[in-house]
Design a protein around this ligand. Structure first.
Ligand code: FAD
Length: 467
């Protein structure tokens, strides 16, 4: 191992290798669920340096754990506790290489923080719409490696749909120059799509070309109180009908989510009394502000008349709109503060969500009285974070040890019975690897294993994650 570390130090310089000392920021995940021990942390500053790291690791047979902002929620970005895995941090590769306004595209390095990518696009008068609560820390490479979703998927799609091309370093240290601003290119297998969502198991993404969109003229944001999830689904249908593509956000939070926010983050103002379900909806309009406002008011009035919405608060300015979004985006932080919980990032056809939630809520309450379900997420995409928290007074770690496996089984059985997915946007990592093995179509799993074997025959890229 010392030979590897010496070679890395001489190739990357002192700034490019952290060995010894406190590496805990790289070894512990955001949820503090996984704590490992790294051999060292390599911090290359260029694609050629990434390639050199991988060639050296291949020669020394050392496993590599790619890491971006380390905000992933499934334990994919931190080393195990063997002390033999090298963390490969992309944090120093954060250059926006170019913006092509006429082509509406941007090329940036993988370690670029998502908020910086958004700001660079805005500086050129365009919109990079990928947006999630971790955007101040997560990176473009991590977003692509997990195929992140977030709050604007309804209109703009997830990271995959926004990506035009990639630059990737393979396990053997070759560089695939797949950066391209093309929207059409039928020249064989789509390697780009293979690497997107592969969670660092097939290659290291070093740069990407992403689609940009026009900035909307107006963004209108409201909170709406609904008595049932069925009403929230009905409101989504109305909003789609009236607003079409202008509907850019449709999130929900159940009563327990808002109660958790009130307990953990009491400084956050909640504009509406807590309802069974609170919808956060956003309309953006690229044509005219007047049109957007007309659609928005008409939609809410009609929803009141039909009894779908009981109460609503419309943001009067940008600051209020941000405060509404901040409420929704603070739920993961409030949960982290409250201690470990059992997370489920599920997706179902929107029409199947109310039935799933009703069945699960009733089954869990009857089985484990006092538990809390913090249920929130991207209703417009059919994606809920159905998170189960220990009853008051019960230590979260003990609760997880006693009930996590059985709760997962109940929740995932109900999801799969309805044709849903056990991971909508967070990926598989270590958290859901075994679940994937049990529930994924066996032919699909076998094909995935063959792809892994072909691209990483020594199994050195993020071993033990995903597969
Ligand atoms: P990391 O956590 O560092 O890594 C994630 C995975 O990608 C790991 O397997 C890692 O090995 C791999 N990886 C990282 N960089 C590379 C690279 N350059 N090449 C190859 N592999 C790489 N996700 C959503 O989809 N939607 C949300 O709304 C959302 N909200 C979140 C809110 C909070 C508060 C938090 C903490 C997380 C949230 N997430 C959400 C999780 C989401 O997966 C991450 O925030 C983000 O996409 C990961 O980026 P990262 O740079 O932090 O990656």
């Amino acid at each position: 191992m010392n030979g590897l570390l010496d070679a890395l130090r001489s190739r990357l310089g002192e700034a490019g290798l952290l060995a010894g000392g406190d590496l805990s920021a790289y070894e512990r995940d955001w949820r503090r669920r996984y704590a490992g021990r790294a051999l060292a942390v390599a911090r290359p500053a260029s694609t050629e340096e990434v390639a050199e790291v991988l060639r050296l690791c291949q020669a020394h047979r050392v496993a590599v754990v790619p890491q971006g902002g380390n905000t992933g929620l499934v334990g994919g970005s931190t080393p195990d506790d063997s002390g033999r895995q090298l963390v490969l941090s992309l944090a120093r590769m954060k250059r926006v290489r170019c913006i092509d306004v006429a082509n509406a595209s941007l090329t940036a390095e993988a370690g670029c923080v998502l908020a910086d990518v958004q700001a660079a696009a805005a500086g050129a008068g365009l919109l990079f719409p990928l947006s999630l609560a971790a955007e101040g820390s997560c990176t473009l490479g991590g977003n692509l490696a997990t195929n992140a979703g977030g709050t604007q998927v309804l209109r703009y799609g997830n990271a995959r749909e926004l990506c035009l091309g990639l630059e990737v370093v393979t396990a053997a240290g070759e560089v695939w120059h797949g950066l391209s601003g093309l929207r059409k290119d039928n020249t064989g297998y789509d390697l780009r799509d293979l690497f997107i969502g592969s969670e660092g198991t097939l290659g290291v993404i070093t740069a990407a070309t992403m689609k940009l969109h026009p900035q909307p003229w107006e963004r209108l944001t409201a909170l709406a109180a609904c008595s049932t999830l069925d009403d929230a689904v009905a409101l989504l249908g109305r909003a789609r009908e009236r607003a079409g593509d202008a509907l850019t956000g449709f999130e929900v939070m159940n009563r327990a989510s808002l109660a958790l926010l009130a307990r953990e983050l009491p400084q956050l103002h909640q504009p509406l009394p807590a309802a069974a379900w609170t919808v956060l909806l956003e309309l953006s309009d690229a044509e005219s502000a007047e049109h957007a406002r007309g659609v928005f008011e008409g939609l809410l009035e009609a929803a009141f008349e039909r009894g779908i919405v009981q109460d609503a608060a419309v943001a009067q300015n940008l600051q209020q709109a941000r405060a509404f979004w901040h409420l929704r985006e603070s739920i993961p932080l409030a949960q982290a503060q409250a201690g470990l919980n059992i997370k489920h990032d599920i997706s179902l056809p929107v029409s199947a969500l109310p039935g799933f939630v009703a069945e699960m809520d009733a089954a869990l309450a009857a089985w484990l009285p006092g538990i809390e379900v913090i249920d929130f997420g991207h209703l417009g995409d059919g994606n809920l974070h159905y998170n189960v928290q220990a009853p008051p007074g019960v230590a979260p770690a003990a609760f997880l040890a006693a009930h996590e496996a059985a709760i997962n089984e109940k929740v995932y059985d109900a999801v799969c019975r309805r044709g849903g997915s056990i991971s909508a946007e967070h990926g598989i990592g270590r958290l859901k690897r075994e679940e994937l093995g049990r529930r994924k179509d066996p032919v699909a799993l076998a094909l995935m294993r063959r792809i892994k074997q072909a691209l990483d025959p020594q199994g050195l890229l993020n071993p033990g994650r995903l597969l």
